[in-house]
Write a protein that binds this ligand. Structure first.
Ligand SMILES: [Zn+2]
Ligand SMILES: [Zn+2]
Length: 576
């Protein structure tokens, strides 16, 4: 048993006990044990056999036999016992925003809801509003929560999938095997259902001992390589601890171009492309390109596109047939690129809840090759967040001026991320905002109000002549909160006519505006900015997710995005 699996079982037990209403101290002891097993590097099997598990912090006399059983048998009779009292489906219920352990139990006792399917059925019949203590509003929250987690169940946000993929590819490269990410990762899908790699290798290459050892080490995976071979998918398929499988496909050098395309997908695009190739006398045969009975070697995708006489279609828009037609008619597809970005306009420092100083942020911006950077700390009513007020803003301004003198190669804009209040007004007065270079206005509180009021609040902020950018417009958090985009048609129009920029927030859990909304905003004539909302210098590297998942998938070119302009041009585009 892998240590992560043990931790997972312990957490299951903890949650079941919590749902049952057990003593919180007892509940917490399972989480503590899970954490210490997860973070430590113990030889669990030996320790279990020798009866030494209690040497691990957090494991006492009560937990020791239960964990020993898990390690030695892979099962837990205690967990089975518990699941007779509390159905395991309740573990899914508590993941729904709006349902805690107490509510899960209440729903089970009153309506016999024992999992997500039963929950969905009860929502359709409007049964939840009649449960004492819940009511209509709560029912709506749960319904929204369910639709949100259903989309992201069994998916991993790209912000986590991408770095893992990079590590794996680096690991293979060290062992002289070249590879790339394909599938949803290459298409910048915001949350992926698999991690797909294509390696330029043969099965035999991958079975070499040093490759296996390297892979096992980077996956922390103890299962054998051979057991992972799936003849149907012609791939090595591994379970990972991230909740999504890893699939490793292989290609010979002469197949690499076609297999890159085929494993990137989506299938509808592949079918269309094959049709186009057929009209040129080619066909596909098990990942090989064939013409007149001969295999035609293709080492890159670009080569394939030119053989088909089609302009290159970037993976991010292969799900959109209108781009296929465009490319086939010889029009190049021009999408914004990471290297087009000239500055980040939404970054936090230690003046609010960021961890870096103004100077560290500026240094990072220089490292990223930016021409400008806006320091936009919070002016907020959120109690847990350190906030700017008028005095602190003035003090921060001095620090910004100092940094400007020290780093003349970059323009440092003074800024703020100001709260939009319940009535659509802003937390700071206009005479203060008008002193700043870049004002981001965002909603951080009372998001769960009526849907229309969110759009109305954003619209009144967008009409304020001092507001340059509407920050993370819908307020969504992937897998946790759906956010609200009701009434956004009007917001997009107002933003377009007032010259207020709409943010594409690149933070991997936000990606807000999402692809469909960014597309709508652009067709309404609104201009966007892609910003990271970084709270650390490393966070400023998240720009790539806003560019890939939102802007490029929406089909936007650099023209639609204000922070691709150089400093002078940006200042001209911005409200005076
Ligand atoms: Zn914010
Ligand atoms: Zn922010």
């Amino acid at each position: 048993m892998h240590k992560y699996e043990i931790a997972h079982m312990l957490r299951k037990i903890g949650t079941l006990l919590e749902i049952k209403g057990e003593d919180p101290f007892k509940v917490r002891s399972y989480e503590r044990a899970a954490q210490s097993i997860e973070q430590g590097s113990f030889d669990l099997e030996t320790m279990a056999r020798e009866g030494r598990l209690r040497e691990i912090p957090g494991i006492g006399a009560n937990l020791e036999p239960k964990i020993r059983e898990m390690i030695l048998t892979g099962t837990s009779s205690y967990l089975e016992e518990l699941s007779e009292e509390v159905p395991l489906g309740l573990l899914d219920l508590v993941k729904v925003p709006g349902i805690g352990p107490k509510t899960a139990w209440l729903l089970y006792e009153t309506l016999n809801i024992d999992g997500l399917d039963a929950l969905e059925e009860a929502l359709q019949k409007n049964l939840i509003r009649h449960v004492p203590g819940l009511g209509r509003k709560r029912e709506e929250t749960i319904a929204r929560g369910l639709s949100e987690i259903k989309v992201f169940a069994d998916r991993l946000i790209l912000g986590l999938a991408m770095p893992v993929t990079q590590t794996l590819l680096d690991n293979f490269r060290e062992r002289t095997i070249r590879g790339i990410a394909v599938g949803e990762i290459r298409c910048y899908v915001e949350a992926v259902s698999t991690i797909d790699l294509l390696l330029m290798a043969s099965e035999e290459d991958l079975l070499k001992k040093e490759v296996l050892d390297g892979l096992r080490a980077s996956l922390k995976e103890e299962r054998t390589w051979l057991r992972a071979w799936d003849p149907k998918q012609r791939a090595f398929v591994f379970p990972t601890n991230l909740g999504v499988p890893l699939r490793i496909y292989m290609a010979q050098p002469e197949e690499f171009g076609l297999k890159t395309l085929l494993y990137t997908g989506p299938p509808e695009f592949n079918a269309w492309f094959e049709e186009m190739m057929r009209s040129k006398g080619y066909h596909f045969d098990e990942g090989k390109l064939v013409k007149d009975g001969q295999i035609v070697p293709v080492s890159s995708e670009a080569q394939l596109f030119s053989m088909a006489d089609i302009c290159f279609i970037p993976p991010e828009v292969r799900h959109r047939p209108e781009f296929w037609e465009k490319a086939a008619s010889g029009q190049p597809i021009d999408l914004v690129q990471l290297t087009d970005i000239k500055g980040d306009l939404h970054v936090h420092t230690n003046w609010s809840d960021g961890i870096a100083t103004v100077e560290q942020v500026v240094q990072k911006a220089l490292e990223l090759g930016y021409s400008y950077i806006a320091i936009s700390d919070h002016a907020t009513k959120i109690k847990v967040v350190k906030s700017l007020d008028v005095d602190k803003l003035e003090a921060q301004l001095e620090e910004i001026q100092e940094a400007s003198k020290k780093y003349p190669a970059i323009r440092i804009f003074s800024g703020v991320e100001v709260d939009i209040l319940k009535d659509g007004s802003l937390l700071l007065p206009d005479h203060v905002l008008s002193q700043l270079d870049v004002v981001v206005a965002s909603i951080h509180q009372d998001i769960e109000g009526s849907d229309y009021s969110v759009a109305d609040r954003l619209i009144s902020a967008a009409r304020n002549p001092n507001v340059d950018i509407i920050g993370h417009p819908t307020g969504r958090f992937l897998g946790r909160r759906a956010g609200s985009s009701k009434g956004f048609e009007k917001l997009f129009q107002v933003a377009a006519s007032e010259g207020t920029f709409l943010e594409i927030n690149a933070f991997p859990e936000r990606l807000d505006l999402s692809e469909p909304l960014a597309r709508e905003a652009a067709s309404a004539g609104a201009t966007m900015v892609v910003c990271t909302d970084a709270h650390s210098p490393e966070g400023m590297e998240d720009m790539v997710y806003g560019i890939g998942c939102c802007a490029r998938r929406a089909g936007l070119s650099a023209h639609a995005i204000a922070n691709t302009k150089d400093t002078e041009e940006f200042l001209k585009m911005k409200k005076p």
